[in-house]
Design a protein around this ligand. Structure first.
Ligand SMILES: NC(=O)c1ccc[n+]([C@@H]2O[C@H](COP(=O)([O-])OP(=O)(O)OC[C@H]3O[C@@H](n4cnc5c(N)ncnc54)[C@H](OP(=O)(O)O)[C@@H]3O)[C@@H](O)[C@H]2O)c1
Length: 334
């Protein structure tokens, strides 16, 4: 049978839960009897049932109605079922228990806790396992999750807003909105996509930013990370909405490494030129997003970079660019 059509449906529908499943990957599962869909399940919320379990539970209600027993069914699953006992039980073991004989998987799970072990459980129990169906789409859909486990570090995005003359803010540190309202709305979605938002002591003190994701859809708020050597006022907006990890060290490698064992797969850096350039110089930025407005800050503005070709010199290439009303949004990768 051509399973691609059903795999695409599972991938597409799973995407609805992108903001509530994170930092977990989005996963979809479909149970088929021949070419007929018996049930669908998705990993809807972090900490709750995995997609396969939701699809199995839904199908159980139909035993004796649309099918007799699970051995008649095929399970389509976008990501390899987990082998380990995490917040929920092992999905691979639950699948085996039902008596399903045929399973079709989009991609292997890159998480070393699983990485083939789920498939091994299925094969050991004599299930027929087919893998690699629309694998690239599954990986693309879970870009941060795959990156983290393949590279053993979280994906780091640096977002900056600059004036047309390349400035970040005024010398007197007065809070300034550089970009237009539509760009600022776009930034809310960028925040919603990430697992954590990181800033530095000066931005915290001068701007008192909230740095949460103010979006009109359900979203797990990003965790927050503050880098400062100084004491700080916990009544500041930054400490609302989500847990804040505070680091007093300036050793960025140490800070980033501390997230490897955690479930954080992506970090959005929103800081001023000092911390932004520290990340860039150390080669820790995987994606750079620049919003450029038509506004000029002039001589009283602080430059983002000391060189004209800094972005290229840091090794970035333009991947895409968009007009957002009067602003320009550019995405650079290496
Ligand atoms: N246009 C934009 O997109 C944008 C975005 C964010 C902020 N800003 C502006 O940026 C201004 C502040 O910029 P800034 O460059 O002075 O400060 P910053 O980059 O926001 O923060 C620098 C601070 O981060 C801490 N830090 C910890 N580890 C560090 C490291 N390895 N390297 C550098 N800093 C480290 C230190 O805090 P301690 O001094 O507390 O130890 C340091 O003073 C604000 O006025 C804000 O308005 C602009």
């Amino acid at each position: 049978m051509n399973y691609e059509k059903f795999m695409l449906q599972a991938i597409t529908n799973a995407n609805s839960f992108k903001y509530t499943a994170k930092p977990n990957p989005v996963v979809g599962a479909i149970l088929l009897k021949d070419k007929k869909i018996i049930s669908e399940g998705y990993h809807e919320r972090f900490g709750e049932n995995h997609a396969e379990i939701n699809a199995l539970e839904e199908a159980k209600k139909q035993i004796g109605k649309t099918f007799k027993d699970f051995s008649e069914l095929t399970l389509i699953c976008t990501l390899e079922p987990c082998s380990h006992q995490g917040k929920t039980g092992s999905c691979a073991k639950e699948i085996v228990k039902t008596g399903i004989k045929n399973i079709v998987i989009g991609s292997e799970d890159p998480n070393p806790k699983v990485a083939g072990k789920g498939i091994e459980i299925l094969k050991k129990n004599k299930l027929k396992v087919t893998t690699g169906i629309l694998e690239n789409l599954v990986e693309k859909q879970n870009k941060f999750f795959f990156f983290k486990h393949k590279n053993n570090k979280p994906y780091i995005t640096l977002k900056i807003a600059r004036s047309v003359d390349g400035k970040s803010h005024y010398k007197n540190n007065e809070r300034t909105f550089i970009t237009n309202k539509s760009s600022r709305t776009d930034v809310q979605t960028i925040r919603a996509c990430h697992d954590a938002i990181l800033t530095g002591g000066n931005t915290l003190r001068y701007d008192n930013p909230r740095m949460n994701a103010r979006v009109n859809f359900p979203c797990n708020q990003p965790r927050k990370i503050l880098l400062t050597s100084k004491s700080y006022d916990e009544k500041l907006h930054f400490f609302k909405d989500a847990h804040v990890d505070v680091f007093h060290t300036k050793n960025l490698q140490k800070i980033i490494s501390s997230y490897v064992p955690s479930d954080i797969c992506s970090i959005l850096v929103e800081a001023g030129p000092k911390l932004a350039n520290a990340f860039l110089k150390a080669n820790y930025v995987d994606e750079l997003i620049i919003f450029t407005s038509k506004k000029k800050l002039g001589e009283n503005g602080i430059n983002w970079f000391s060189e004209v070709n800094a972005v290229e010199n840091y090794g970035f290439k333009l991947e895409s660019s968009y007009k957002i009303d009067t602003d320009l949004k550019e995405i650079f990768t290496k």
